[in-house]
Write a protein that binds this ligand. Sequence first.
Ligand code: FRU
Length: 491
Amino acid sequence: MISEKLKRSREYEDEHIKKVPEEERPLYHVTGGVGWINDPNGFGMYKGEYHLFFQYHPYSTHWGPMHWGHVKTKDFIKWERLPIAIAPDTDVDEAGCFSGSSIELPDGRQLLMYTGVHRKENAQGDMEDFQQQCIAIGDGIDYEKYTANPVITTDMIPEGNNLNDFRDPKIWKENGIYKAVVGSRGADTSGEILLYESENCLDWKFVRIIDKCNDEYGKMWECPDYFLLDGKQILAVSPQEMQASGLEFHAGNGTVFSIGEERADGSFMREGVQAIDYGLDFYAPQTLLTEDGRRIMIAWMQNWETSNCGNAARQIFGEMTIPRELSFRNGRVCQNPVAEISNYYSRKTSYKNVLVQDEVSLPGISGRVIDMTLTVRPVDKGVNWFKISVAKDGDKETTICYDAARKVIRIDRTKSGLRNDIVSVREFYVDPTREDIKMRILMDRHSVELFVNDGEQAASTIIYTPQTAEAITFDTDGTAVMDVENCVLEF
Ligand code: FRU
């Protein structure tokens, strides 16, 4: 049975999707059919295909009562849109179906686990949103919500934890047991990740607190993910209200990988932390494991603080990053675009040993839907900086500037079509021991994703520059030699 609310949202999407101008939509990044999206949800394998759901408000380009949009893919690049999966249409989730995850059940059905938000009177007589974990089960298109929802209630959290900050379950199966990590806010008002276990996905029990923020990395920890990567245990979280710390973490909504070990008793021992992405637009990442053993991560390529800036006339807002393969190398979690992207290279232009002294542009090196890799080697000690300008036309440009003395990359989208005075510059450190630097830049109309030194750092940024701005130039204050390869993508 499909509820009236879900039916209406599906019909609305069908009707309005046709009205979205083609050039608003990226070609290989996921967006909603129409309206607003945020976090990726339910990223998982089902019947041999990869499914992705997302926080969705089709009715406007602003956040609103959350539905789950739905797409699927065979290769992470070409996506097929499916009908909206769930709507906020029951007594326990009428204020929103918040983020969550999915898993294939042994009987061949697909289970969605999400946060149901329910508005009710609190002990003080004020209306408040309560967050609890719910499930819906379906066939890959239509889902039925479990009548005994919620399956993890606010009664099952540690004493003193906040009742309205308890969300974003990430489910997986390990040794025949279902496990789920959920974001919570402890009695000290900062984040905690709670672990639950179940034998059947319906009856859950609280097991332990996996990791605590202790006021160190932001406040509430949203959207946890917990997985093994090349022998290391990784906890990914998206903290709210971070405070800036050096060039590693910026203020506001951030993303953190905690890297560590799981002790014999199942508790997590944090050994180190790193920012997940150093750009302007990246939040709420979620991962899946492919059949061939790759851990793939996708995230919302936006930022809460600056969302809804850009072009007010747009009919879609928000998109996902390219799915990225994770690996653990030299003490860091590294990320690179999924290998499948190379199946879509249509025109390749490469140059070797190009001498860069003043600003240069090269035939075939341009475009807004590209995968470009360059390696830069300073020839003399006089190279203080090396700059790449993309999406360039007249005074419009998005720049990626390597400060060779400080070993810092600076991304600047100040002149990228924005009409709001929002944060537009970020800096981050790269490997200080290397003489050369390798940068891979993916663009898809309104996005720039940078991967440095084979994914040691990634930086994702949305730009608002008109599509006619497609020039790319290279410049330095000294003399450098560059190899560059540009692949234009076609679908
Ligand atoms: C993160 C988040 C989640 C929540 C969802 C609501 O971006 O705040 O914690 O489930 O968005 O849309």
